[in-house]
Design a protein around this ligand. Structure first.
Ligand code: G16
Length: 543
């Protein structure tokens, strides 16, 4: 077996973002591009010698080819074994579980998550560490440094491995084990939730639509929902993963999962609607006639988690990303547990989960998860909802409105301004940063600012500090606006504007969110100067 050492040179811009390295697929397909990054990962983790890894992805265009390259590079870097999902398929949470279950040294997850797939769309590579979670900032920093000095990479020359058949083979000193992508994950879900109670609920006529959006969750959802739980056949829609997600945008939110939203708001709505994204870590929950925001979903799951066997002993704590609404904080306060506020990016939850400080975590970007893996987990969130519904025997809408009547409601929305020229987005953000100290007391569109800062985070476990994690502005009357630049886009800059307004139970919790948030929106548009810097005040996507 020959192992080649290939001469290369650094390629600009290989800095991992919020969740690994994401670029246009054609960028990844350029000569040496993927190889440079993968070799840099091996350098950052101290080499591959004798190590075991998990490799898999969401099945998007270039997935299979990239896996073959990684296998060959793992062999040439001296790795002992790689565990791969059959046909190269592994959802992100299933990959995280396999890393933990098999005590491997980490894993490569190939996905650009909710971004569209195809030769002209997006691709991505993420390395997860031995705890099953996304590489923390210290490690991604080392990867980036390595990409700046790389001069060669190692790759074995052997025939492509057959990923279609389950089993173990040997290549260039590397053991390749192709595994069923669903089996271990499904067993984990069965250990956390009361499958009997959920099955009984389906038997008594409970109906559901799960939109897999032509992405990786299809096989998992069919096996678990229709197979093990007895949901009617056809419950899982768009359940076959495709290289370009059926030409769609596999992002489970009211915009991109519109057919599901329309169904749920119609007279034919089933009891529960749910969707998951490209790589299966995000989720959307919709009841008949009511969309549950991800921030509210986290709060509701935290308040009701003990109804599921896996969480019956209570929660150690909860954690949410900074832009996520404070709804979960109110639940934590009532439960007498800690609520941590972290920067955007699941990697920031890893230490809290490892240290047993948090049990549930969630983000406004449709991510919810727990300490069962070290990633957010779309299907897990749906199953926890199902378990709660099976126990409470009430419609989703009733449960949500009851929650608001108890805790009050954090009205919430996110506005995304996409593909903004990088300099313009930078100028808008810098313009606010320059005035941060003077904003307090000033009024914009009639609303007075009561405080403003730039969020930085000190990890309570290892003391590491992450700065420049978004701008927070508080207004009179309890409103909060957050502005930050996305770390997952592949074209220009995306400005995210998050608006939140708390109302106590007696102040009204069932008003239209857009109406409640309008004064706040006007104030922040004026304060930030959207018209001046970006030339528009209307976003591309509102969720
Ligand atoms: C990733 C991260 C999430 C983050 C999201 C949005 O999700 O894992 O933690 O909330 O990106 O990040 P940004 O606002 O920087 O675009 P995913 O599902 O894309 O891996």
């Amino acid at each position: 077996m020959t192992h080649d050492t290939v001469q290369t040179a650094p390629i600009d811009g290989q800095k991992p973002g919020t969740s690994g390295l994401r670029k246009k697929t054609r960028v990844f397909m350029q000569e040496h591009y993927l190889e440079n990054f993968v070799q840099s990962v091996f350098e950052a983790i101290g080499g591959g010698q004798g190590k075991t890894f998990v490799v898999g992805g969401d099945g998007r265009y270039f997935n299979a080819q990239a896996i073959q390259t990684i296998l060959k590079m793992a062999a040439a870097n001296g790795a002992a074994k790689v565990i791969v999902g059959q046909d190269g398929i592994l959802s992100t949470p299933a990959a995280s579980h396999l890393i933990r279950l098999n005590k491997t040294d980490g894993g490569f997850i190939l996905s650009a998550s909710h971004n569209p797939g195809g030769i002209d769309e997006d691709f991505g590579v993420k390395f997860n560490a031995a705890n099953g979670g996304p590489a923390p900032e210290g490690l991604t920093g080392k990867m980036f440094e390595a990409t700046k000095t790389i001069s060669e990479y190692r790759i074995a020359r052997f025939e492509d491995v057959d990923l279609g058949s389950i089993g173990t083979s040997e290549r260039g000193g590397l053991t390749v084990e192709v595994v069923d992508p669903v089996a271990d994950y499904a067993a984990l879900m069965e250990s956390l939730f009361d499958f009997d109670a959920i099955r009984t609920m389906f038997q008594s006529g409970f109906t559901m639509r799960f939109d897999a959006m032509h992405a990786v969750t299809g096989p998992y959802a069919k096996d678990i929902l229709e197979g093990r739980l007895g949901a009617a056949s056809g419950t899982v829609a768009n359940g076959d993963p495709s290289e370009d997600f059926g030409g769609g945008h596999p992002d489970p939110n009211p915009i991109w999962a519109k057919p599901l939203m329309d169904l749920m708001m119609s007279d034919d709505a089933p009891d529960l609607g749910a969707a998951s994204d490209g790589d299966g870590d995000r989720n959307m929950i919709v009841g008949r006639g009511i969309y549950v925001t991800p921030s509210d979903s986290l709060a509701l799951l935290a308040a009701n988690a003990t109804l599921a066997p896996g969480y019956k002993n209570g929660l150690a704590g909860v954690a949410r990303s900074m832009p996520t609404s404070g709804a979960a904080d109110r639940v934590a306060e009532k439960l007498g547990i800690d609520c941590f506020e972290t920067p955007t990016g699941w990697k920031f939850f890893g230490n809290l989960l490892d240290a047993g400080k948090a049990t549930l975590c969630g983000e406004e970007s449709a991510g919810t998860g727990s300490d069962h893996v070290r990633e957010k987990d779309g299907l897990w969130a749906v199953l926890l909802w199902l378990n709660i519904l099976a126990e409470r025997k009430q419609p989703v809408q009733e449960i949500v409105e009851e929650h608001w009547r108890t805790y009050g409601r954090n009205y919430y929305t996110r506005h995304d301004f996409e593909a903004v020229p990088v300099e313009k987005a930078g100028a808008l953000m810098d313009g606010i940063v320059a005035r941060l100290g003077d904003l307090e007391g000033q009024s914009f569109a009639g609303l007075a600012v009561t405080g403003a800062d730039e969020f930085s985070y000190t990890d309570p476990v290892d003391g590491s500090v992450s700065t420049n994690q978004g701008l927070r502005i508080w207004f009179e009357g309890g409103g909060r606006a957050v502005l930050r630049l996305s770390g997952t886009g592949t074209e220009g800059a995306t400005i995210r504007l998050y608006l939140e307004q708390y109302r106590a139970p007696q102040e009204g919790t069932t008003d239209p969110a857009a109406e409640v948030l309008e004064p706040l929106r006007q104030a922040v548009l004026e304060l930030a100067g959207f018209e001046k810097h970006v030339g528009r005040v209307e976003p591309d996507v509102i969720t």
